[in-house]
Design a protein around this ligand. Structure first.
Ligand code: UGA
Length: 470
């Protein structure tokens, strides 16, 4: 194998596009394939299609040089040492992952292979998918010595995808072939050797040349399970802290203090213990359901995952009830909404708890003034503006003359609002914060009644009455 590795990435969604430009940043020649010609044209002209830090600059640097875009999978496969499959695996009936895109791509790769190629699953797939890919290759008459199938799951988060890709906690390579392991090790060598981190202009992050990321070699099936189990465990952590936050509300304790206290135990760790309105996005809801289905199919009782899903669903209802109890009744109320994306830093609204809550509030008879720094265009496609919903230009326009302001997404700028200005703009100074972006005392000092998650509510009027001030 020569030093230049030729990589084809199939699919230009979050994982595919980020992987393609990051492989280029690592020095490889990449061809990124998508069957949507409009997407291919947009990418060729430098339009990233998604809101993601560092992506525009990397795309600009490498498009039409080290990264090329095409809709011709056959051509891309024929010239590649490794083909990464990064197409969608949407949720099918009753939670089972729909693998039809993976299968279609595998068949097309099979028809084009003419020399040894490593086929890499990068999409999140259930255990045994690698065996199905292998079978598809064999059914299409590809000789065994011409290919290997590897599972190389991706752990990037939307909003920090480029940094996560180039500064991973670990790189998991699942394969039962030494030859394929050698190809993957070579692809990731710029990261695992630390060389990349010394490169001028390298994207900043926690990995360094003296502390490069480890590459973990496993069996293919273990790697497939590592991906599902990682997402399911993170979702479980979130549901756990959300359940604890409910307990804190009942006991009048502070979940932020509790999360800090348990997170300081290094066996537990502080991350993914932020309570809120439940997890969303294109991964956790789908992957927890798919993992539950995998367990069922294999005859394993993993009902813990059903509980994780139940807590997550209930968390939205609890928030709705919190708004109701803050305002007494909902019908006819005018509400400001900050945040529509499923989390801060992204314009993605898939499975966004914020979107679901806006829908529920409209169904309850509220009218909404909504603002999101990046997701409003996407939101308008699923929630068109109308008499009950207006999209506005900033946080203060959303607060204008409202009965309460709701914070539904953890955009960092929502945590830095001018609270005096907010107070003056709102009809009633009530904030219901689903992301705990403020210290309750700060809100109180600014004359705002503040409801948050898992913390005692601070009522401005009550506390002033109790201290005899006004
Ligand atoms: C998630 C995983 O974090 C990635 O490791 C994985 O690669 C990715 O799925 C995937 O499978 O592709 P992502 O969906 O981008 O990444 O977003 P997260 O940052 O994990 O957040 C997911 C949801 O959980 C969001 O709605 C977020 O607001 C919520 N969350 C997260 C909490 O409610 N509390 C937390 O403490 C953390």
């Amino acid at each position: 194998m020569s030093n230049t590795i030729r990589i084809a990435v199939v699919g230009s969604g979050y994982v595919g596009l980020v992987a393609a430009v990051c492989f280029a940043e690592m020095g490889h020649n990449v061809i990124c394939v998508d069957n949507d010609q409009q997407k291919v044209d947009a990418l060729r002209s430098g339009d990233c299609l998604i809101h993601e830090a560092h992506l525009p600059e990397l795309l600009e640097r490498y498009r039409n040089s080290r990264v090329r875009f095409t809709n011709d999978l056959g051509e891309a496969t024929r010239g590649a040492d490794a083909v990464f499959i990064a197409v969608g695996t949407p949720q099918g009936d009753s939670g089972v992952a729909d693998l039809s895109y993976v299968e279609a791509v595998a068949s097309e790769i099979a028809r084009s292979l003419n020399s040894y190629t490593v086929i890499v699953e990068k999409s999140t797939v259930p255990v045994y998918t690698n065996e199905w890919i292998r079978r598809v290759m064999e059914r299409n008459g590809v000789a065994k010595h011409l290919f290997d199938v590897v599972s190389n799951p991706e752990f990037l988060r939307e909003g920090t995808a480029v940094r996560d890709f180039l500064h991973p906690d670990r790189i998991v390579v699942g394969t039962d072939s030494e030859r394929a392991a050698a190809v993957l090790s070579k692809i990731y060598e710029p990261l695992t050797s630390g060389g990349y981190y010394e490169q001028p202009g390298a994207i900043d992050g926690f990995c360094t040349s003296s502390e490069p990321p480890p590459l973990l070699l496993t069996s293919t099936k273990s790697a497939e399970i590592i991906k599902h189990a990682s997402n399911a465990f993170l979702a479980l952590k979130i549901s756990f802290i959300n359940a604890v936050s409910n307990l804190c509300e009942a006991a009048n304790a502070d979940v932020e203090q509790v999360a800090r206290g348990i997170g300081m135990d290094s066996r537990i760790g502080p991350r993914f213990l932020r309570p809120g309105i439940g997890y969303g996005g294109s991964c956790f809801p789908k992957d927890v359901a798919a993992f539950r289905c995998v367990a069922e199919e294999l005859g394993v009782d993993f009902s813990l995952l059903a509980e994780v899903e139940k807590v997550n669903k209930d968390q939205k209802i609890r928030f709705l009830n919190k708004v109701r109890s803050a305002l007494w009744t909902l019908r006819g109320k005018k509400l400001g909404v900050l945040g529509l994306s499923f989390k801060g830093g992204t314009d993605d609204i898939r499975e966004s708890p914020a979107i679901e809550l806006v829908r529920m509030l409209i169904a309850e008879g509220c009218s909404i003034r909504a603002f999101d720094p990046a997701a409003m265009t996407r939101a308008e496609h699923v929630l068109p503006a109308g008499s009950s919903l207006q999209y506005v230009s900033d946080e203060y326009a959303a607060s204008n003359d409202v009965d309460a302001l709701l914070i539904l997404t953890d955009w960092s700028e929502f945590g830095r609002l001018d609270l005096q200005r907010l107070n003056r703009l709102m009809r009633y100074p009530i904030v219901v914060d689903g992301r705990n972006l403020y210290e309750p005392d700060v809100m109180l000092k600014n004359g705002i009644t503040y409801f948050s998650v898992g913390r005692p509510t601070r009522h401005h009027m009550h506390e002033l009455a109790a201290t005899g001030t006004r």
